[in-house]
Design a protein around this ligand. Structure first.
Ligand SMILES: Cc1cc2nc3c(=O)[nH]c(=O)nc-3n(C[C@H](O)[C@H](O)[C@H](O)COP(=O)(O)O)c2cc1C
Length: 297
């Protein structure tokens, strides 16, 4: 494995290694104004949600890696501590990228990138009309991480009000539907990722009950050459060690046992392959039955 001493790298390489590794990152499309009311709109992927109560998001307009200047967004926030965080989606990605050019301070990126201003309800900076989610925030604190070029400047912002376009809600209108909201995230270099049906999946998570843990799995399952870490994670997520269910009647299981009865090693392999298929279909109980039967042949 390649070990990289990040501390010793020149800034561009530091940035590249870290940004390729810590990815994908959501994009805060931040709208701010200066004390004279001039607007600014810029994207920031050093951004995430950090607290629910209070509702806090943090993004970081860093000191420029090239010449150490303070970004206009930060200058504005120091003058008017308010920001609208618009969430970037696929329909706006090219215009969003255009807005990240280092236009002079007096240039309004809303106009340059062709976005429409929409009046906010609680704060002075305008929202991006085209964005499907917008959060009106007051800035509680700016925490500087240093004075060097590339040093993060954390903008700690409290969400006062959220606006969500109905087109991205579920059919009941009660929550955002991940299949309808194509958020864009930044990776390393020029790479981006988009949320869509193909890359969406769920992971069943017990909220109250504890899973038995991988350490509690039988050795033959834990050391399987066929079952992967994901498979073991699913199996070990049950709340108690399952028992063989005598009512479990499965033709394929029976034929594996019959066919491979002279070769226990092959039989275990086949049973693990079958269990793996069942796990891929989300059928954890049947996978356990197949594996337990194999343990007891
Ligand atoms: C998708 C994307 C994400 C970006 N994320 C950041 C970031 O997290 N921090 C940062 O300092 N610059 C980031 N940039 C670069 C800024 O958007 C760029 O420096 C911009 O000119 C800053 O504008 P301002 O000086 O008007 O605030 C990003 C650019 C793009 C296209």
């Amino acid at each position: 494995m390649l070990s990289i001493n990040i501390q010793e790298l020149p800034i561009q390489q530091k940035q590249a290694w870290l940004q390729y590794a810590v990815a994908p990152r959501p994009i805060a499309f931040a709208s701010t104004i200066d004390k004279n009311g001039n607007g600014n709109l810029s994207p920031f992927s050093f951004f995430n949600l950090f607290s629910i109560n209070p509702p806090i998001v943090i993004f970081s307009p860093s000191r420029s890696g090239r010449d150490n200047h303070l970004k206009h967004t930060l200058q504005n926030i120091l003058e008017v501590p308010e920001v609208v965080i618009n969430i970037c989606d696929y329909n706006m990605v090219q215009q969003m990228s255009l807005s990240s050019c280092e236009f002079p301070k007096e240039v309004d990126e809303f106009i340059k990138a062709g976005f429409t201003k929409e009046k906010s309800s609680l704060i002075k900076p305008p929202m991006v009309k085209e964005a499907k989610v917008k959060m009106e925030c007051k800035v509680n604190e700016v925490k500087s991480l240093g004075d060097n070029a590339g040093a993060g400047q954390l903008v700690i912002a409290e969400v006062l009000c959220m606006h969500v376009d109905e087109s991205i809600l579920n059919t009941e209108g009660t929550m955002i539907d991940h299949k309808k909201f194509h958020q864009v995230a930044r990776l390393g270099g020029d790479y981006y990722a988009v949320m869509n049906q193909q890359n969406l999946f769920t992971v069943p998570k017990p909220n109250k009950e504890l899973g038995i843990g991988v350490d509690a799995l039988p050795e033959s399952i834990k050391n399987s050459k066929t079952l992967t870490g994901n498979d073991l994670g699913l199996l070990a997520n049950v709340q108690s060690m399952p028992f063989i269910n005598p009512a479990f009647d499965d033709e394929r299981l029976k034929s594996i046992i019959q066919y491979f009865s002279v070769n226990p090693h092959e039989m275990e392999n086949e049973l693990h392959l079958y269990a793996k298929e069942l796990l891929e279909k989300g059928n954890v109980n049947d996978a356990w039955q197949v594996l337990l039967t194999g343990e007891n042949v």
